[in-house]
Design a protein. Structure first.
Length: 339
């Protein structure tokens, strides 16, 4: 039946908007939220998504057994389609995620956005940062080269130091599955599931509690999302280009009992702390840092705009972490296991 000239027609964009309910993205937000510093959380989510996608691809070629892990990584580098680039993209995206989530936490902390009613939003963000830290150290162990072997030895040492709390990271947890295989399972199943749950909670709370930004004007979230997508694609191009120019390497096969390498650069502050405290440094450092961040909303309940002791303590703690990171970068490699 021919369509009447008076019958309304829908353009293609309208059809897509209607079926995907994209009008739900047109809720109001402060105009200042479109600035770059308020895109750091979205950029972190973007790089975490890249990590998941590249990780799924790499897992198709990886053998999590202690006997086959090293050779399977070599296979990824040499023979898997685009394997070297995707593995390097995974590596560089992890570093980019560390930078964006650290900057996001720092900006949020300094602006004291953790105060009521956003305490749970803050805790979800801190928990995601902790999960990212676990992703880094478990991912390093999966290489099963010299650096990966030393990371695995640190898991065992940490598990022995913490007793029942760390028993999962020791071979004595179960004789049925090698520790490396359990680390792989943790890296590819339990941690991603927890991350998705926390990310969902975090964004749900931001959607309903709003973005805590002082602004004279207003915008809509779809505009923010469009600008964020542009910035994300630009940073992806930079990271992808870095993966081509500086591919992630693979060390020599592991020599049991040796400790001669330094860890992935975001973890070097813990390495510096271990230079002073031995293996206990890898337990006390993250516990103190993430414990302070978790307790921050309980310590700082003031409604006043003036920053108090919590803000300045956090700044001091951040400077200490930077100091230990520099010590880890420029200090000589040392033996930590058994100290």
């Amino acid at each position: 039946m021919p369509r009447s000239d008076t019958e309304p027609t829908a353009s293609r964009p309208d059809l897509v908007t209607e079926r995907l309910a994209l009008t739900g993205l047109d809720y109001p937000i402060p105009a200042a939220a479109n600035r770059f510093r308020h895109m750091l959380g979205g950029l972190t989510a973007f790089f975490l998504t890249i990590l998941v996608l590249t990780g799924v691809y790499l897992a198709q070629f990886y053998d999590p057994s202690p006997e086959g892990a090293y050779d399977s990584v070599r296979f990824i580098i040499v023979r898997a389609p685009l394997g070297d680039w995707i593995r390097s993209l995974h590596y560089w995206s992890a570093g980019a995620a560390v930078l964006t989530i650290t900057a996001h936490l720092a900006v949020t902390f300094w602006r004291r956005v953790y105060r009521r009613p956003r305490e749970i939003t803050w805790w979800a963000g801190v928990a995601m940062a902790g999960l990212l830290f676990l992703f880094l150290v478990t991912g390093t162990a999966l290489r099963n080269d010299q650096e990966g072997s030393e990371a695995l030895a640190h898991f065992v040492a940490g598990g022995n130091l913490t007793g029942l709390l760390g028993r999962f990271f020791t071979p004595e947890f179960t004789a049925s599955t090698p520790l490396l295989s359990r680390i792989f399972s943790l890296h590819t199943s339990a941690l991603p599931l927890a991350l998705v749950a926390l990310m969902g909670l975090h964004f749900w709370l931001i959607r309903h509690l709003g973005i805590s930004v002082r602004s004279d004007g207003s915008s809509v979230f779809r505009t923010h999302l469009r600008r964020l997508t542009g910035v994300a694609l630009l940073t992806f191009a930079v990271v992808g280009f870095a993966a081509v120019l500086f591919p992630e390497g693979l060390g020599y096969p592991a020599v049991a009992g040796a400790e001669i390498t330094k860890p992935f650069w975001p973890v070097l502050w813990i390495y510096g702390l271990e230079n002073l405290l031995g293996a206990w440094g890898m337990i006390l450092g993250p516990t103190l840092l993430f414990g302070f961040l978790a307790l921050t909303p309980l310590f700082d309940r003031s409604e006043a705009d003036r920053r108090g002791w919590v803000s300045w303590t956090g700044l001091l703690l951040g400077l200490v972490v930077v100091g230990f990171w520099l010590y880890g970068v420029f200090g000589e490699a040392q033996q930590h296991i058994g100290m």
